[in-house]
Design a protein around this ligand. Sequence first.
Ligand SMILES: [Fe+2]
Length: 449
Amino acid sequence: MKSIKGIVWAGVVSCLLLPFFSPKSSAAGANVNLPVDISMTFTKDPLTAKAFTWVTKNKTKSATVLEVWEANQPKVKVTGSSQMVTGRYAYFPIAKDMNAAKNLFTFDVHKAVVAGLKPNTKYFYRCGDGNAANWSQVGSFVTGNSSGDFSFLYMTDPQSASSSDFALWKATSEHAYAKYPDAKFFTVSGDLVDRGSSENLWDQFFRYGAKATTNLTIVPAIGNHETDTGPHHYSDHFNFPKNTAGLPDYVYSFDYGDAHFTVLSTEKTYAQLTSKDSAVRTAANHFVDQQIEMLRNEVAASHKKWNIVILHKALYSSGGYASSAETLYYRKKLAPVFDELSIDAVLQGHNHTFDRGFIYGGKTVSGVNANSTSVKKGKGTLYLVNDSAGPKFYNTTKGVDLSFLLKYGQPRKQMYTGVTVSQDSLIFKTFTVSKDGPDALYDTFAITK
Ligand SMILES: [Fe+2]
């Protein structure tokens, strides 16, 4: 192991003291110093560094200590810092509690970055405050590789608000990880929880999804359910690369293998984007324009073969917001840029249907049809929505033009997609989750170059 340098930021707070890995654990008697809500995210350099976030529910600041090691090698300790966060909501169901000041609470958010790692190497980690009684369980990760084939997982909209909802997220994430045990990371394209300001929901998201979240890097995109009282509670839970100057941390990019990924925010609402208040309207539109400029610069500077965008509000979909004013705004604004930059794939959410189109200029690219299982990339971008990883399904919309989609449907089953990136192709395999038998392959599509 090379030398490891640590940097850390800060942390959050407490209340429901639900131990980390077991959804069956009771709040009673839990250790408030145990790390919960552990997430791993990419830094500016996925090959040699990894960023961590966790929460402790103690009411005063505690130490931030991360240990990282290769198999049969000594542990390397990284220290960091934490930050107390206050004013989050504790309970769900949320509706009756959202405005109750008595339900606000405080917790300690820990953030750390371990650097100096070897590329393409498996590491183990645990986090805590340095005391033997307060270590998390051991998780693992594999550092990035600058070349070579790899797979990653794409899921969207688990958007859970109850134990039964989260059980569906648990099943989807575990089935996805079991199907792609060598996946290098997983993306969730928004609406990870039903109310982002409810800390309890984040606890559940990480506890029920622990098999994936403790062993795979997460690449989240912000959704409207993460912005109910502002995006700060979302940023508390992830240590983002912070590599898009002038934009919030949850708009970010990274390279992995021969692909460049950009995660955008579509969370300025149509009301903001068209507000009669010119200051609101100007700021909202500026935020979208800034992201477009960033994307143009990123793609121009990238030498990677593949360009993939991840965002929440689907530009092309049959689902709940198929032709809403907001959808049409973002389609008009972003789709021509994706055409111009020849983005290969856009992984979307929000609409809770399955939708796949291969589109240029607002239309299906000529020569591709509903029977096509692959396309040789010329002009055009794959737009995908893989329904929901949780409880909510929308009906496909009737009476609107959906001719830009090659396939759409509502099987009312949770979905996940394995994406395999290689020198010559991007292969997307979408599965529906089965309780009793093997998961069914619902859709497959490939782009070749
Ligand atoms: Fe949404």
